[in-house]
Structures are given as C-alpha cells and as structure tokens.
Design a protein around this ligand. Structure first.
Ligand code: PGA
Length: 251
C-alpha cells in the first residue's frame, strides 16, 4: 500500500540557525502526527548536515531540493548524490518547476539525476506540472503526461519503489491559487493511469502522488480526501511548524 506523505520544501529560505530551529519545532510537533503519515523536510544544501543532527532518530525524513547530474569531479558549484547521502539525507526533490523554469532543468537532465539518486540509495520526489498558459490552452494532461513518461520511461517497476511523484500546477505555486480538489484529483488519476500503462496495476497502486501548490491547513483536508491524492509537497506553509503539522493532521 502507498504511503501518505507530507513533505516541506523550504526552497531558498532560512539561514542555517533559522533552519535548525524550524526543524526542531517540526520534530517537537511530529509526535502529534499519526504514524501512517510520513513527514519529510527538504532544505537547502547548506542545512542538510546540521538539520540531520536534529531529525535523526525522529520520524521526520530529510530531503535535498536538487542534485547534480554528474557523479563527481570538475563541476564547480554542484552537489553530488554521494555528498547528499553523506549528510544523512534520504530523499531529493527533482524537477521542481522553479528548477525547470529558472535553471534550464530538462527531462533529459532529470533522467540522469534520477538515475544517480536511485543508485545512491536516495528516494526521489519527482515534480511535474503545467504552467498557466498550458492550463488555459487545455494542454495540462498532455504536458503532465509527457513530463511523466519522458522521465519514467527510463526506469523499471523496481525503481518505482524509490520514486514519489508530486503534481504541482505552476499557476498554483506560491500564488495562493490552489487547484480545486477536483482539478487536482483528475490529474492525479491521470498520472496513476499512466503508471498503470507503463508499469502495471501494482506499481500504479503503490506509488505515492503528492499535490503541491498553495496547500495549507485550510484546504489540505479536501485535497487529501481524494482517492488519488496521497499527501502534499508544501512550500510557503512549510516554513511555519504549526501550519506544516496542521497540514499533516488533515488526512
Ligand atoms: P507553495 O509551494 O506551497 O508555496 O505554493 C509549493 C512548492 O513549490 O513545492
């Protein structure tokens, strides 16, 4: 059976001391969250090691927000998957729309990153989602379908045990405009249908598909009640422990 997950994506927010404090607050409140909901926090690279000191031994998982598409060597400014695992981190977000939009992340690069991450033992939170123009042109199924197939077409059913999908409509990220629960559900069900096509019913049923985009305590319950929405990838609301935990209590 697939897991319920609430993952916080801190993006480029908090200094190291602020991040450590936020992680402590999340760990302190995590006891309120039922054991069948997995909490994960994704922090900037600089925060991973010290935040791991806070979360280790707790039920809170630790994620990076990106990784290099090369194993090691002369790639100034990049951070490799083995560097990530050496901090204690167990997950990485890949293909977030901000990386696709501002840093030229392509599906081809995501294949390499996903391959390296899985080989290093990391679990991947792979993001897909259409932008506003694509949604208004009625191309959201096509765009999300292509992003999903382009990356996952290079992986096996066995690899899928290490992959979590996050559907994040770009027009809903940080804008306060949440997709309605029905709009999100229809894409989630569509993605699950693609997984069934590609890997069979068991993998489709076992894969966690998160919703992201202005998810907060007041709307999480309605989203999480949908059969194909297994949790959330949370940006802004993950920067306050109370809101983040409030979302995790919405199942
Ligand atoms: P948001 O961000 O919750 O601030 O909309 C979600 C995300 O980008 O992961």
């Amino acid at each position: 059976m697939r897991k319920h997950i609430v993952a916080g994506n801190w993006k480029m927010n908090t200094t190291v001391p602020e991040g450590v404090e936020l992680a402590k607050a999340v760990v302190a409140k995590s006891a309120e969250v039922p054991a069948d909901v997995k909490l994960i926090i994704a922090t900037p690279f600089t925060h991973l090691y010290p935040v791991n000191e806070v979360v280790k031994g707790s039920a809170v998982g630790l994620s990076a927000e990106n990784c290099a598409d090369k194993e090691k060597g002369a790639y100034t400014g990049e951070v490799s998957v083995s560097m990530l695992t050496s901090t204690g981190c167990e997950y990485t977000i890949l293909g977030h729309s901000e990386r696709r939009q501002y840093y030229g992340e392509t599906d081809e690069k995501l294949v390499e990153k996903t391959r390296l991450a899985i080989a290093a033992g990391l679990q991947v939170i792979l993001c897909v989602g259409e932008n506003l123009d694509e949604r208004e042109a009625g191309k959201h199924f096509e765009v999300v379908g292509a992003q999903t197939r382009n990356v996952l077409g290079n992986f096996t059913a066995e690899d899928m045990a290490k992959i979590i999908i996050a559907y994040e409509p770009v027009w809903a990220i940080g804008t306060g405009k949440t997709a309605t629960a029905d709009q999100a559900e229809e894409i989630h069900a569509y993605i699950r249908g693609i997984l069934k096509d590609m890997f069979g019913a068991q993998v489709a049923d076992d894969t966690t598909i998160l919703y992201g985009g202005s998810c907060k305590p007041s709307n999480a319950g309605e989203l999480f009640a949908k059969p194909d929405i297994d949790g959330g990838l949370i940006g802004g609301a993950a920067l306050k422990a109370e809101d983040f935990i409030g979302i995790a209590l919405s199942f």
